[in-house]
Design a protein around this ligand. Structure first.
Ligand SMILES: [Zn+2]
Length: 303
């Protein structure tokens, strides 16, 4: 790595990511992310203000963190993409005092944010330049390993298991995994459960988080949250428009469109196909019996 690497900071990554995301929208929609890079609020990053005043903010401490390597680059990207997911989905237009609603919104920000992450490192001009500069590997599997590694660092920096407003780390990892596999499935054009399992294993293995899973599972069991609420929450935010944030160029819509269908039967049909494919693949690839049963139960639940 050359000397020009010496002076990159989180703020540069945030700005590149936001610039790239704005370029994914048609010009006539003039889509702009409202953002503040220098406040003194204790939280490193969040979204503040209501409705059209929604603004992403980063603390100056967070912005001035130095990027030393590809892992730091990915940590900064994970941070900004989570907030961008809140912004695109108008989460600050929604008010609820229910912890479950807040957890579901955070889960969606993790899931949707990791799709934005994948779109940015794949198609974003400035973000791709940064990836080259910091020698991010080309291979999709190696990139997923690096995300796992970055997630571990992020957990140590900021995520705790004590807030009722978030899912525990193990479940957050699952939401991130779901976002990455959704992106790759659309990118490669095939539904592949083996791929999802592979991504999940890579995220855990490379992050070295296997050791904390057992402890986490014992003290922090997965939530029983009702994830159908994702639709209940987002559909009204769409306000009878084709999407919550309008103007996304066609080539990015299959990855990060904020379009929600009210018709649950469509979603159920999609899930049914997904679970059936998963079961068929579980048989074919001899993945664990538990996993197959898990998908069989899910299929039964759909009725
Ligand atoms: Zn959040």
């Amino acid at each position: 790595m050359g000397n020009d690497m010496a002076n990159y900071f989180y703020e540069d990554v945030f700005k590149s990511a936001i610039h790239d995301l704005e370029s994914f929208y048609k010009e006539e929609y003039a889509f702009r992310v409202k953002v503040n890079y220098s406040d003194n609020y204790w939280q490193h990053a969040s979204i503040v203000g209501r409705n059209e005043n929604s603004t992403i903010r980063f603390s100056s401490d967070c912005c001035s963190q130095r990027i030393n390597d590809s892992r730091d680059l990915f940590v900064a990207l994970l941070i900004v993409c989570h907030e961008l997911a809140h912004f695109l989905n108008h989460h600050n237009y929604f008010i609820s005092s229910e912890d479950e609603d807040n957890r579901i919104i955070e889960a969606w920000a993790d899931n949707f944010g990791s799709k934005i992450f994948m779109v940015l490192i794949t198609f974003g001009e400035k973000t791709s330049d940064l990836c080259k500069k910091f020698e991010v590997p080309e291979h999709a599997g190696d990139r997923v390993n690096l995300i796992g590694d970055a997630f571990k660092k992020l957990c140590n920096m900021f995520y705790r298991n004590e807030s009722k407003k978030y899912h525990y780390r193990i479940e957050r990892m699952m939401h991130i995994c779901a976002g990455i596999s959704s992106f790759l499935q659309f990118y490669w054009g095939r539904l592949d459960i083996q791929l999802t399992v592979d991504i999940y294993l890579r995220l855990y293995e490379s992050s070295g988080m296997y050791d904390i899973i057992e402890t986490d599972l014992e003290f922090f069991p997965p939530s029983n949250d009702n994830f159908d609420k994702i639709i209940d929450i987002h559909f009204p935010l769409q306000n009878n428009q084709p999407a919550i944030t309008l103007g996304l160029k066609k080539q990015y819509r299959k990855y990060i469109d904020t379009a929600f269908l009210k018709d649950l039967s469509m979603i159920k049909d999609y899930r049914r196909v997904f679970y059936q494919t998963a079961i068929a693949q579980a048989e074919k690839y001899e993945v664990s019996e538990n996993l197959k049963e898990f998908f069989e139960d899910k299929l039964k639940e759909l009725g």
